[in-house]
Design a binder for this molecule. Structure first.
Ligand SMILES: [Zn+2]
Length: 100
């Protein structure tokens, strides 16, 4: 089940191939090189090594936006939390839920 989900997810996001480009590898190295600590952890007073370069604004698969940023260095847990938050927000946009 889980593998099926991953496969569908990859297919529905062909722009994921952008992460394999030399251009992205260079951006990633540059961001992590200039700011090696997770920005969100730092805001909480924690010192955590950043391993993921996150797009601050959603790029929606647009290569121009994908490569221009802005970017922020994050640790894996912060990045995964951010992605989940964005997915929940996108879901909420799709349905008219009463604000309680
Ligand atoms: Zn973090």
């Amino acid at each position: 089940m889980r593998r099926e989900y991953d496969r569908k997810r990859r297919q529905s996001h062909p722009w994921r191939a952008l992460y394999k480009t030399p251009e992205w590898q260079a951006i990633r190295a540059q961001v992590l090189g200039s700011e090696p600590l997770c920005r969100r952890c730092q805001a909480e007073g924690l010192i955590t090594a950043a391993t993921v370069v996150n797009h601050v604004e959603r790029h929606h698969g647009d290569p121009a936006k994908f490569f221009s940023g802005p970017f922020e260095p994050l640790c894996k847990p912060c990045h995964d939390g951010e992605v989940q938050r964005q997915e929940r927000a996108a879901e909420a946009e799709g349905r008219a839920s009463p604000s309680t």
